[in-house]
Design a protein around this ligand. Structure first.
Ligand SMILES: NC(=O)C1=CN([C@@H]2O[C@H](COP(=O)(O)OP(=O)(O)OC[C@H]3O[C@@H](n4cnc5c(N)ncnc54)[C@H](OP(=O)(O)O)[C@@H]3O)[C@@H](O)[C@H]2O)C=CC1
Ligand SMILES: O=C1O[C@H](COP(=O)(O)O)[C@@H](O)[C@H](O)[C@H]1O
Length: 611
């Protein structure tokens, strides 16, 4: 079994503390030890900061600049120099506290700093298993580089690519530099940073089921780590049928003996309840649940992260977050391209497994959960799992499936799904699905949660739409004509692209008359925040390095998610339900409208309630 020495016998992690406070400095450069600090309760917000939080990465200077965390250690109302903190060996428990902070918090703060100093010397070795593959090139290496560029990786880190393909270190570096498709590529000093980064990337060729090959990898890792405490992170960017081989070999031959070992597992986590349970059981032969980081990259998206902030830190939203005020919730995912190139993988999964059972359901759980006790991972995941387990079984009549067909537009012919060479002829795999889901609890009883996901549609977007109820006895009812639904408030969280949050409200058109208008109170991220938004993989990789599990899927969440979808998937497959065909580039099958209409809902993304 992989070792995880920093976990106490009661399962509580030694370096992890209380709830994340408004002030949050997760990642001083060169330490990787900011996570513990970030999750401590804030004694006082940093006085020098105008925003609520400190930057997550970008150097120890962020802490030093605020002086806040350092004040707490010194127990004084003045800044103590960082080196004084670093040189301190034993905390002198402060008895007087200038800022009213309890001494318990101060001692905790000191412990954070001490662990931060200790962690400074530990090394982290990240192995991308399947380094020659699409995801590694497209997402993982660019995200690691972005983290390096931003000063988020620990001081002592190395990256290893592992796959069967024969490659030298130089060839891996060449591949990584060519596939730098990330947001950093146009930034200042990018090429110098890239050079530095590449020097810390290495490649090892081996079979996925060979303990010998992993032993060699382990030796290579050790050479680069030197005598430091070593932490090992493995990213399984490989097809799922070889997950267990890799975990077995890596655990036996390349796990850390002095630090932690963690494994990021990519979806799909099985294709139904049984296969998912078998996978979990297999993984747990070699790993503890704490070491498994099941990634759902939608949870790493900025606007999904912001969902809880929006709800729990604004008085105007949380009181409305229930069946009393919310009429329906819509979770919408669309892509304007087909399965080109990934048809082989996609055909044995389909859109329900690919998008709904994981990405959209995770967003639903986050959206609908009760207030967690704290922002600790387990508290949040406990609440999410309660939502998932409270869901009403999904009925076939509440689901619509579709498949795109060929379409010619502007002289260009777009191929239908089954025309893809990697897709079996006559495949019934859905590339589109819409579903109405319900949560059987006091908060959400009767509220339809409508999901819609599709490939080869007219646009690429992902959003959460919350349609509110009518204003009772609305004085201005007469001004809305007969369609009162058009006059209800709608909150839209646009996850991508062009991130934003807007609230549709009714207002008076200026002038002497009384004419009403619908307008958007709009938080448009590009206008409000000029800095680019990090890719979801950056956040999630950093979380895994820091041991933050909040955005990863726990096994009971996964079980509950499969329990909801497995009977439906089996029924669709046993009955060989034919998907409704829709033209490539269209808005999807008309059946989705009937499904929504059945619950008195109009899809918000189709312009029906858009003004
Ligand atoms: N690509 C994407 O956008 C996304 C991918 N994922 C998931 O991430 C993981 C990796 O995806 P992706 O990079 O696209 O996968 P690839 O098909 O590109 O496979 C990754 C690497 O695994 C090795 N490999 C491929 N097929 C086999 C096989 N049958 N047996 C043994 N080794 C094999 C190859 O390396 P070599 O031959 O050199 O050993 C390949 O380069 C998968 O689990 C996928 O479902 C999840 C979300 C999105
Ligand atoms: O997990 C997956 O997600 C992508 C869409 O991710 P995005 O971040 O680009 O929105 C999807 O294309 C793919 O089919 C699916 O496996």
């Amino acid at each position: 079994v992989f070792s995880e020495p920093s976990t106490h016998s009661d399962g509580h992690r030694a370096t992890e503390g209380g709830p994340m406070a408004l002030s949050c400095m997760r990642c001083p450069a060169g330490t990787g030890g900011g996570a513990a600090a970030a999750r401590r309760p804030a004694a006082t917000p940093p006085s020098s900061s105008v925003a609520f939080s400190l930057a997550r990465c970008g150097g120890r200077s962020a802490a030093a600049a605020s002086g806040w965390r350092i004040d707490a250690v010194a127990g004084k109302g003045v800044k103590a120099p960082m080196d004084a903190v670093e040189n301190a060996v034993t905390p002198a428990a402060p008895s007087t506290v200038a800022n009213g902070t309890s001494s318990a918090i101060i001692v905790e703060e000191f412990e954070d700093l001490a662990s931060l100093v200790r962690d400074d010397e530990a090394s982290v070795s990240i192995t991308v298993v399947g380094a020659s593959g699409d995801l590694a090139k497209k997402k993982i290496f660019p995200a690691l580089f972005a983290l390096y560029y931003e000063g988020c990786l620990p001081k002592h880190f190395s990256i290893f690519g592992y796959a069967r393909s024969k490659m030298t270190d130089a060839e891996l570096r060449d591949m990584v530099s060519k596939t730098l498709t990330c947001r950093i590529d146009k930034r200042e000093n990018c090429s110098e940073k890239m050079e530095e980064f590449l020097k810390r990337c290495f490649y090892h060729s081996g079979q996925y089921d060979s303990e010998e090959d992993f032993k060699e990898l382990g030796k290579k890792i050790k050479q680069h780590e030197g005598p430091r405490v070593s932490n090992h992170l493995f990213y399984l960017s490989i097809p799922p049928n070889i997950f267990l081989d890799v975990v077995k070999c890596a655990s036996k031959s390349a796990s850390s003996v002095s630090g932690w070992t963690r494994v990021i597992v990519e979806k799909p986590f099985g294709r139904d309840s049984e296969s998912s349970a078998a996978l979990t059981k297999g993984l747990k032969q070699y790993l503890t649940e704490d070491q498994i980081f099941r990634i759902d990259h939608y949870l790493g998206k900025e606007l999904v992260e912001n969902l809880s902030v929006l709800r729990f830190s604004n008085l105007v939203f949380e009181p409305l977050w229930s069946r009393q005020y919310i009429r329906n919730v819509q979770l919408i995912f669309s892509e304007d391209f087909g399965t080109e190139g990934r048809g082989g993988y996609f055909d044995s999964y389909g859109i329900i497994r690919d998008i709904m059972q994981n990405h959209l359901l995770q967003i639903l759980a986050l959206f609908a959960m009760e207030t967690p006790i704290s922002l600790e991972a387990e508290d949040i995941r406990n609440e999410k799992v309660k939502v998932l387990r409270s869901m009403k079984p999904l009925r076939l009549e509440d689901v619509v499936i579709g498949q795109y067909k060929s379409h010619t537009k502007g002289g260009i012919t777009y191929p239908g799904y089954t025309e893809d060479k990697t897709v079996p002829k006559g495949s019934l795999t859905p590339t589109f699905a819409a579903a109405a889901l319900f949560i059987n609890n006091a908060r959400w009883d009767g509220v339809p949660f409508l999901m819609k996901a599709g490939k080869a549609l007219h646009t690429k977007q992902a959003e959460i739409r919350v349609q509110f109820r009518h204003v009772p006895g609305n004085l201005y009812k007469g001004s809305f004509g007969t369609d009162l639904d058009r006059a209800t408030n709608e909150l839209v969280i646009r996850v991508q692209p062009d991130e934003g949050i807007y609230l549709k409200i009714n207002n008076k058109i200026p002038g002497l008359g009384m004419r009403l208008d619908r307008s958007n109170l709009n938080l448009h991220y590009a206008a409000r925040y000029p800095k680019e938004i990090p890719d979801a993989y950056e956040r999630l990789l950093l979380d895994a390095i820091e041991g933050e599990r909040r955005l990863f899927i726990r096994s009971d969440e996964l079980d509950a998610a499969w329990e909801l979808f497995t009977p439906l998937l089996k029924e669709l497959e046993q009955k060989r339900m034919a998907p409704e065909l829709y033209p490539y580039g269209s808005r999807g099958p008309v059946g989705a409208h009937y499904l929504a209409a059945k619950y008195n809902v109009r899809w918000g993304d189709l312009g029906g309630s858009e003004h």
